[in-house]
Design a protein around this ligand. Structure first.
Ligand code: HEC
Length: 154
């Protein structure tokens, strides 16, 4: 009479290793979520020619579209989609006098260190020196473009 050996358990069977299937499902969700996220993000409009012509401004534009536009808005008017939910309104960099100063040193300081109330984030670690310089030059243009005279603020 033959001795029938019991077959070894199949480790790939779902009941043998439910954790593996759980991980698989999670990975699928992450990939799907990532695809949706990138797909749903509205691509920024191409930079206007005068921005494109200057490599520093072009870089500043790219940084602004990645890091700042959600709050400060496409035109810098403080009306980006995230502006609706921030406890302090992002500054309108076009029509309002700048609270923290408009020269390069002052703007660099607020972008690097963030605002005192913590709503304007600190970008000192997210941006390297060249990106910081570029985005500062780019946002400074919001005001210069309209040729507004700086107004005293209290
Ligand atoms: C989460 C929203 C948010 C993001 C993202 C953000 N800001 Fe701001 N920003 C603010 C808020 C809110 C203030 C106003 C802070 C205050 O009044 O104390 C501000 C203030 C500023 C100011 C000071 C304006 C003034 O009146 O002196 C500058 C300059 C500025 N932001 C530039 C930037 C740049 C450049 C980026 C991207 C690198 C950026 N911000 C990203 C919310 C944001």
């Amino acid at each position: 009479m033959d001795i029938v050996e019991p077959s070894p358990p199949d480790l790939n069977a779902p009941e043998a290793n439910p954790a593996r299937y759980f991980i698989f499902v999670i990975l699928c969700l992450i990939v799907l979520g990532g695809m949706l996220w990138t797909g749903l993000r509205i691509p920024p409009p191409p930079p206007p020619p005068e921005i494109k012509a200057d490599p520093v401004l072009a870089r500043g534009y790219e940084v602004y579209m990645r890091q700042c536009v959600a709050c400060h808005g496409l035109q810098g008017k403080g009306d980006g989609p995230r502006a609706m939910s921030t406890p302090v309104k992002p500054r309108n960099l076009v029509d309002e006098p700048w609270k923290y100063g408009e020269d390069e040193a002052a703007v660099t300081k607020i972008v690097r260190e963030g605002g005192p109330n913590g709503v304007m984030p600190a970008f000192g670690t997210a941006l390297n020196a060249a990106e910081l310089k570029a985005v500062v030059k780019y946002v400074q243009r919001f005001r210069k473009r309209l040729d507004l005279q700086p107004v005293a603020v209290d």
